[in-house]
Design a binder for this molecule. Structure first.
Ligand SMILES: [Zn+2]
Length: 156
């Protein structure tokens, strides 16, 4: 049975369970099919609890649902969301990656080129936005008091 236990949420969740009531995004998508369960970690000297990471996942899920609607309710594919510290190292993420906080997602939107997605979101997205030909990275770094950031991964 594909049930996972998430810190701060009392009932076990199915991988197909929406992250919050009515969301189009599932816990399976946020946790890479349950292989990346939020765990306590330290980032740049900041202690981050697993419960906070779960709350952060819910925060960006709400933003992703808003984006999904803004793009005509087109389905969104997640290519990367939460990364525990070990997974982040394995995929070559930067040490202080926003993915470790749970509030970063790399997305593809059906019927839109990633470049189009980035161009449209860049006007209003208050956090980090990375543009590539394969996906768009979004994060909520503004919640750390950081300025909005824009970058281009090039064609890699
Ligand atoms: Zn990313």
């Amino acid at each position: 049975m594909d049930l996972i236990q998430l810190p701060g949420i009392s009932a076990p969740q199915q991988l197909t369970s929406p992250i919050y009531l009515g969301s189009h995004f599932t816990w399976g998508e946020a946790t890479k099919d349950g292989t990346r369960i939020p765990e306590d970690c330290t980032i740049d000297g900041d202690d981050l609890s697993a419960k906070t990471i779960v709350a952060n996942i819910i925060l960006i899920a709400k933003e992703l649902d808003i984006i999904r609607h803004a793009f005509g309710d087109s389905p969104i594919t997640i290519t990367s969301w939460y990364r525990d510290p070990t997974s982040n190292r394995e995929v070559g993420g930067v040490r202080n990656s926003q993915h470790k906080r749970g509030w970063a997602a790399d997305i593809q939107i059906d019927d839109y080129e990633p470049r189009q997605v980035a161009a449209k979101l860049s006007e209003t997205w208050p956090g980090g936005l990375g543009d590539s030909v394969y996906f768009t990275h979004l994060d909520l770094r503004q919640r750390l008091g950081l300025a909005a950031a824009r970058w281009d991964y090039g064609n890699a």
